[in-house]
Ligand binder design. Structure first.
Ligand code: SAM
Length: 267
C-alpha cells in the first residue's frame, strides 16, 4: 500500500503539516487507545498517518477531509474500511455524522481553524465520548489554563465549562512534513455529563465571557458595564474590582445568570 499521495504538495490554506515520525504517531495512537466497536471520526486524515493505524487496530474509521485530491486518494486506498465525508469540518452539521452513535473524535487539526472548530464541536458534545486533538502548544496551554494564569481566557472558560481537559504531551516540529514553526501538543477532551452542567443560557454566558476578556485589563465593573451594574456583579458573589482572569468558570455562570435576571426584570 502506498504510504502517501505521491507528488502531493502540502497546501498551506488547509493547514497541511503531515505527521511522518513513527514514534510520535505511535504515542498519539496509544493515547487514543482505539477499541473494537469505537465509532472513531477523524478530522483531516490527510495522508493517513493516523488513519492507517486506526484501521489496522479496529478495522474501520470515519473521516472528514476538505482536500479533494486527498479525499479521492483516501477513498481509493482504504475503500470500505474508511467512510469518507468530503466536507469542511467547520460547516458540517455534526448531528448528521453517524447518528445515534457515541463518537470518539480525533485529529491533527489544521491550526488556522482550531478555535472555531473546537467551538463548533460543542454542538455535538452530548454525543461524544472523547476528543483527542493535536493543536499548537500555545492553544492547548490556553485551553487547560487555570484562573490567575496569564493565558487563562475565553477559550479556557468556554471549553472548561463543557469538557474535562487534559494536556497529554508535546510533539516537536520535526515530527511533521513540512515542519511547522511551533511546537504542538496533544489534548484530551472529555465532555461533562449534560445533567452535571451548571444551568445557564449559552448565548448570554458566551457574551459575558467574551466581554470580560475583551478588555481583560479592565475591572469587571468596567468591562461588563453594558451587561451588569456594580450591584448586579456583587449579587452574583463577584468582586466588581476583580479582573476576568481571576474568576473561575462558576463565577462566569453566576454572572450570566444574574444578567439574565436583569434583562428579564427590565423587560
Ligand atoms: N492527519 C494528517 C496527519 O496527521 O498527518 C493530516 C494533518 S494536517 C495538519 C490537517 C488536515 O486537515 C489536512 O489533511 C487538511 O486537508 C485537512 N483540513 C484542513 N481544513 C479542513 C476542514 N475545514 N475540514 C476538514 N479537513 C480539513
Amino acid at each position: 500500500m502506498q504510504n502517501g499521495l505521491q507528488g502531493h504538495r502540502a497546501r498551506k490554506r488547509f493547514g497541511q503539516n503531515f505527521l511522518h515520525d513513527e514514534h510520535w504517531i505511535g504515542r498519539i495512537i496509544a493515547a487514543i487507545a482505539p477499541q473494537e466497536d469505537d465509532a472513531i471520526v477523524e478530522i483531516g486524515p490527510g495522508q493517513a498517518a493516523l488513519t492507517r493505524k486506526i484501521i489496522e487496530a479496529i478495522g474501520h474509521e470515519t473521516a472528514v477531509e476538505i482536500d479533494r485530491d486527498l479525499a479521492a486518494w483516501l477513498k481509493e486506498t482504504f475503500a470500505e474500511k474508511l467512510t469518507l465525508i468530503e466536507a469542511d469540518a467547520l460547516k458540517l452539521d455534526w448531528q448528521t455524522v453517524l447518528p445515534g452513535q457515541k463518537l470518539r473524535i480525533i485529529g491533527n487539526l489544521p491550526y488556522n481553524i482550531s478555535s472555531p472548530l473546537l467551538f463548533h464541536l460543542t454542538a455535538v458534545a452530548d454525543r461524544v465520548i472523547d476528543q483527542h486533538f493535536m493543536l499548537q502548544k500555545e492553544v492547548v496551554d490556553r485551553m487547560v489554563a487555570d484562573p490567575g494564569s496569564k493565558v487563562y481566557g475565553r477559550l479556557s472558560v468556554m471549553l472548561q465549562y463543557r469538557y474535562r481537559l487534559q494536556k497529554m504531551f508535546d510533539v516537536p516540529p520535526g515530527a511533521f512534513t513540512p515542519a511547522p514553526k511551533v511546537t504542538s501538543s496533544i489534548v484530551r477532551m472529555v465532555p461533562k455529563a449534560s445533567e452535571t452542567l451548571l444551568p445557564v443560557d449559552n448565548e448570554r454566558f458566551a457574551g459575558i465571557v467574551a466581554a470580560a476578556f475583551n478588555q481583560r485589563r479592565k475591572t469587571l465593573r468596567n468591562a461588563l458595564s453594558d451587561w451588569l451594574t456594580q450591584e448586579d456583579i456583587e449579587a452574583a458573589g463577584v468582586n466588581p474590582s476583580a479582573r476576568a482572569e481571576s474568576l473561575p468558570v462558576e463565577a462566569f455562570v453566576r454572572l450570566a445568570n444574574t444578567a439574565s435576571h436583569v434583562t428579564t426584570d427590565a423587560a
